[in-house]
Write a protein that binds this ligand. Structure first.
Ligand code: C5P
Length: 390
């Protein structure tokens, strides 16, 4: 989507370049329009560099009618930060500079504002009335949030974080094909404790699972993301993250939510075994050359969901195979009562654990084969979602 980002003169303007980056990362084209005051906080060069397009800030620059061409170009206008001033101007129909003129010309298309100001200004009846007016015209507000403000006090007035604004843009722009559906996604590794400081784990980063959760949410689904230990974060209003550590905790969380879901995609790298006992202190060297660790089997979450599956539910598993890939994946699909299995081969360079790219073959119960080229995990996630929900 072609998005115009309007920036007004609040301290939070320093976060605008990050918002441009996030919007571009989500696949949007971005052009910036800034007020004169905004340029006290963030420079023209920064905005032109991150957006890759000239900045619109001067209504009278060489006889241009940029507010008209930008209005025609843009499919959505996001104002972040939006000061009390711009909110008041739009509510009052005032167009006295580049951005306010563009805002009035931008009628009939979606507008999102992220207000940011001192908490007393935000609470002022004039601002509240103006915000209510803009909302009644269909302008969406994201935030403001409660927190520390630039003036040193704490209160409601902080601009929503760029991630939250980008998520609101996504909610407003994405297709709603999966609206009303709920999906479970498992992601990341599991840690199986040996003692109070050690565990058995694996190299899974969780990137594939997080990309799947995001792709489902983009299509309008509510997502229950059950993740093993990972540093990844997701900030989407439709994704509920439950963080777990061990396979047994993941099992408990996944089996609890699955009956309420339309489908589940299990991308987590779950440990097949765990230590039979977990010491509540740090195990010490005992003087002998070796050490035996007794392992016991973990529950298979995917197979359990396969046995719980009801008519109309879709179950998708992952398989990471090193030999006889297709035959093993096919066997797993049948044994665990899956509808699809996504085969990752460790032989493919750039695919698998930790990296940002992946290459998969999606095998369906109906015998369908869908092989992807090497793509970003976001693109692979989109392909998987399209295949298993169509
Ligand atoms: O049988 P295998 O471990 O190769 O199967 C991999 C698939 O099964 C993945 O989708 C993984 O998330 C899931 N799995 C599971 N619980 C386990 C082991 C694997 O859900 N204990």
């Amino acid at each position: 989507m072609r998005i115009v980002l309007g920036i007004t003169g609040g301290i939070a303007a320093y976060k605008a370049p990050e918002l441009v980056r996030l919007l571009k990362k989500a696949g949007h084209e971005v052009r910036c329009a800034a007020t004169e005051h905004a340029l006290e906080f963030v420079t023209r060069v920064t905005l032109e560099t991150v957006s890759g397009a000239p900045l619109y800030s001067d209504l009278f620059a060489s006889g241009r009618t940029e507010h008209i061409s930008l209005k025609d170009w843009g499919e959505m206008l996001v104002v972040a930060p939006a000061t009390a001033n711009i909110i008041g101007k739009v509510a009052g129909g005032i167009a006295d500079d580049a951005l306010s003129t563009l805002l009035l010309a931008f009628s009939g298309k979606p507008v999102i504002m992220a207000p940011a100001m001192n908490c007393e200004m935000w609470a002022h009846p004039a601002v509240q009335r103006n915000v209510a007016t803009l909302k009644s015209w269909g302008i969406r507000m994201v935030g403001p949030e409660e927190g520390e403000l630039a003036c040193g006090v704490s209160g409601v007035g902080r601009m929503a974080e760029p991630e939250a604004i980008a998520a609101a843009v996504c909610t407003a722009t994405c297709s709603r094909r999966l609206q009303g559906q709920r999906w479970l996604v498992t992601a990341g590794p599991t840690y199986e404790r040996i003692d109070s400081v050690r565990f058995i784990g694996n190299y899974s980063s969780g990137k594939m699972g997080f990309a799947l959760a995001e792709a489902l949410a983009k299509e309008g689904a509510e997502v229950e993301l059950v993740s093993g230990p990972t540093a990844l974060k997701i900030d989407h209003p439709q994704v509920k993250v439950t963080r777990v550590e061990s396979a047994r905790e993941m099992y408990a969380a996944a089996t609890e939510v699955f009956p309420r879901c339309n489908g589940a995609i299990l991308s987590a790298a779950v440990a097949d075994y765990r230590p039979a006992e977990c010491a509540d202190h740090k195990l010490k060297k005992n003087g002998s050359e070796g050490m035996h660790l007794e392992l016991v089997q973990n529950p298979d979450i995917l197979a359990t969901l396969g046995s719980m599956k009801q008519e109309g539910q879709t179950l998708v598993g992952f398989a990471l195979e090193t030999d006889n890939e297709e035959a093993n994946a096919q066997r797993k699909l049948e044994k665990k009562n899956l509808d699809y299995i996504v085969l990752n081969s460790l032989r493919d360079k750039g695919a698998g654990f930790g990296v940002d790219t992946n290459k998969v073959t999606i095998i369906g119960r109906d015998g369908s084969h869908n092989e992807s080229p090497l793509m970003s995990k976001q693109e692979v996630a989109g392909l998987i979602i399209n295949t298993v929900t169509s």
